[in-house]
Design a protein around this ligand. Structure first.
Ligand SMILES: Cc1cc2nc3c(=O)[nH]c(=O)nc-3n(C[C@H](O)[C@H](O)[C@H](O)COP(=O)(O)OP(=O)(O)OC[C@H]3O[C@@H](n4cnc5c(N)ncnc54)[C@H](O)[C@@H]3O)c2cc1C
Length: 389
């Protein structure tokens, strides 16, 4: 077992315990079945809502729990250790749409969207990516055109996590005109709801991992969005999305640490039980060194993640820190889950044991909310930014 290096308060330990018990009792029993069937259990939304876990960082005045980033990440790690698909739902909802409306939303938007999102009555999703705009997200093509009291949106968003069940989608679309393209400063953030005419859910992805998290395309066909649903300024949506990804990446980092911790726990237990050549395989130094290398990566990822969370809570600029934490934790998750399979031998390669699922779930943490290559670009760029010189 490894422990958090950051001392947790009594309240943080209590929330960690609540998350751990919820994950064990409510998520663990059918997690493999949901993975096999690529089935999303909608009840999980109400169950998370009942614990307040869909409004963790929303102030109490808007019906949230008003907790800090560190407490949120500690709870998220516990959920991810058991069910990474539920963790991504919780991470996207808490880090992106709720935080965007909290930070840039009007009073009216906070009443209509933030409050029900914090109570878990509306699940939030984040729609930045498109089929031809991934790492280069500012090249997105979904177009918004102003028409009277509405913006008319046309386009396809790709890879939207929880897109099948979302009640609120923060969707980025171009507000500049084709004759006057303004790059990253020509994109708006729109609060889209599935009842708007012209909104439809498209193709559902058949994924390697996170199989019980529905990832879908969303199509907007002449979808009329009331102008009061535009978040902040018309050309600022991309900037809002990028700033929000600082918190988003911490959520993905916590997901990766949870997956890695679970793989380490299973592997160390198995190494104590599995006997070859007349002794438990944990007696072999080759296996001990693997476990040690895995533990180093889990603990150092968690320490960096918690430091970045604490910096966010102090109001520091964390773009570089959050990219570092996400990069380190996601690469640790891949390393640790791969070594866990090695320790299980042939039994690690079959679906009977959970390390096979953990390995598949870990991979996406190196891809979404910015690939590892993009995190390295962000980290290097920040070395030369004013904040760090
Ligand atoms: C399961 C899942 C859930 C997702 N959920 C969401 C969601 O809820 N909302 C959302 O908006 N998006 C979501 N995404 C999309 C995700 O953020 C993108 O997949 C990711 O940003 C990468 O984009 P891409 O897949 O188009 O890859 P590409 O951008 O095409 O990249 C392909 C390869 O090229 C590399 N590359 C690209 N540019 C550079 C460069 N400048 N330098 C070096 N290497 C580079 C990449 O690192 C990668 O290795 C999700 C994706 C997945 C798989």
């Amino acid at each position: 077992m490894t422990w958090a290096l950051t001392p947790l308060t009594e309240e943080q330990r209590a929330i960690q315990q609540t998350a751990r018990e919820f994950a064990r009792h409510e998520l663990a029993p059918h997690v493999d079945q949901r993975d096999r069937d690529a089935y999303f259990e909608p009840d999980v939304i109400d169950k998370l809502a009942a614990l307040g876990f869909l409004g963790m960082m929303v102030p109490e005045q808007f019906d949230g729990l008003g907790l800090d980033t560190l407490t949120y990440l500690v709870a998220l790690e516990e959920i991810a250790a058991v069910d990474a698909s539920t963790a991504v739902l919780m991470s996207v909802h808490n880090s992106l749409p709720t935080q965007m409306v909290l930070r840039w939303g009007s009073d009216d938007q906070k009443e209509r969207f933030l409050r029900p999102m914090a109570r878990g009555e509306l699940l939030g999703a984040f729609a930045l990516s498109e089929p031809d705009a991934g790492s280069d997200a500012a090249s997105l093509r979904t177009q918004a055109v102003r028409d009277g009291d509405c913006w008319v949106l046309n386009g396809t968003k790709a890879w939207v996590s929880s897109g099948t069940h979302a009640g609120v989608v923060l969707a980025m679309a171009r507000t500049d005109s084709p004759q006057d393209r303004r790059g990253a400063r020509g994109i708006g953030a729109f609060i889209v709801t599935p009842d708007l005419p012209g909104f439809s859910v498209g193709k559902k992805e058949n994924k390697m991992g996170l199989r019980s998290s529905p990832t879908v395309q969303l199509r907007f066909d002449n979808m009329r969005v009331p102008k009061r649903n535009l978040l902040g300024e018309p050309g600022m949506g991309f900037i809002y999305a990028m700033q929000s990804l600082d918190a988003g990446r911490l959520g993905i980092g916590a997901q990766a640490v949870g997956i890695a911790q679970a793989a380490l726990t299973y592997a160390s237990k198995y190494a104590a039980e599995r006997r070859q050549f007349g002794k438990p395989i944990k007696e072999f130094q080759a296996i001990q060194f693997k476990l040690a290398d895995m533990a180093v990566r889990v603990s150092s990822s968690r320490a960096l993640l918690h430091a970045a969370a604490t910096a966010r809570d102090r109001g520091q600029h964390i773009t570089q820190f959050s990219a570092m934490a996400k990069l380190m934790a996601s690469e640790a998750a891949m390393f640790v889950t791969s070594e866990a399979i090695q320790i299980f031998g042939g039994y690690g390669y079959v679906k009977e044991y959970p390390v096979e699922r953990l390995f598949r779930d870990a991979k996406v943490t190196e891809i979404y909310e910015g690939t590892s290559e993009i995190q390295r670009i962000v980290i290097a760029r920040e070395l030369y930014s004013h904040a760090n010189i």
